[in-house]
Design a protein around this ligand. Sequence first.
Ligand SMILES: Cc1cc2nc3c(=O)[nH]c(=O)nc-3n(C[C@H](O)[C@H](O)[C@H](O)COP(=O)(O)O)c2cc1C
Length: 202
Amino acid sequence: MAQYNIGYFIGSLATKSINRTLSKALIKLAPDSLSFTEIPIKDLPLYSYDYDANYPPEGTALKQSIEASDGLLFVSPEYNRSIPGALKNAIDWGSRPWGTNSFSRKPTGIIGASSGVIGTAVMQSNMRSVLSFLDAPQLNSPEAYINFKPGLIDADGNVSDASTAEFLTHYMNEFAAFVERVLDASAQGHIGDPEPVEKAEK
Ligand SMILES: Cc1cc2nc3c(=O)[nH]c(=O)nc-3n(C[C@H](O)[C@H](O)[C@H](O)COP(=O)(O)O)c2cc1C
């Protein structure tokens, strides 16, 4: 069985983040073909293109972590109907300097938990726009909007509700299959070399 290294982003900096809790459940329920490495975002400075000529170590480390991953999983809250600023900042770091977009052709999944009933749907829609621009293929189905209620997942990532555990397992199986499909297509030459997506934006 092929093995894939998944870099994952937690979109929240909060110590009691429900999305960090969700990530623990996802890792537990994922198939054995996936291993996981968190890509940390909290120590990144706020991005400016002033840094492009001399990228700081935090920015370089982030790009290297993305590039070393076979696939990327974003586990994020929705803040004010959009992507949390810390996560968007990390994505901006990974997309630059111009011509070195680290996200290009990386298979991605987006999932999130919210205390509200829309379960991060608007954040995910915004993320799809960003990742499309960055030329990162995304798992389109299943979508996963998690309405997080106290007790749903414990601190160790154990899911108390059987139907939620079943759904998250299904999501991770589908994500693994998607990563494999994208990488297979890439290896067979069906997906060409990455191009800088910023052509129109320089
Ligand atoms: C700045 C801020 C904005 C928020 N905006 C939304 C929102 O747009 N939609 C939503 O469902 N929940 C929103 N919430 C509530 C979050 O779903 C809730 O705080 C959740 O715990 C955040 O995930 P986290 O614990 O992983 O940070 C917001 C919370 C904060 C702190």
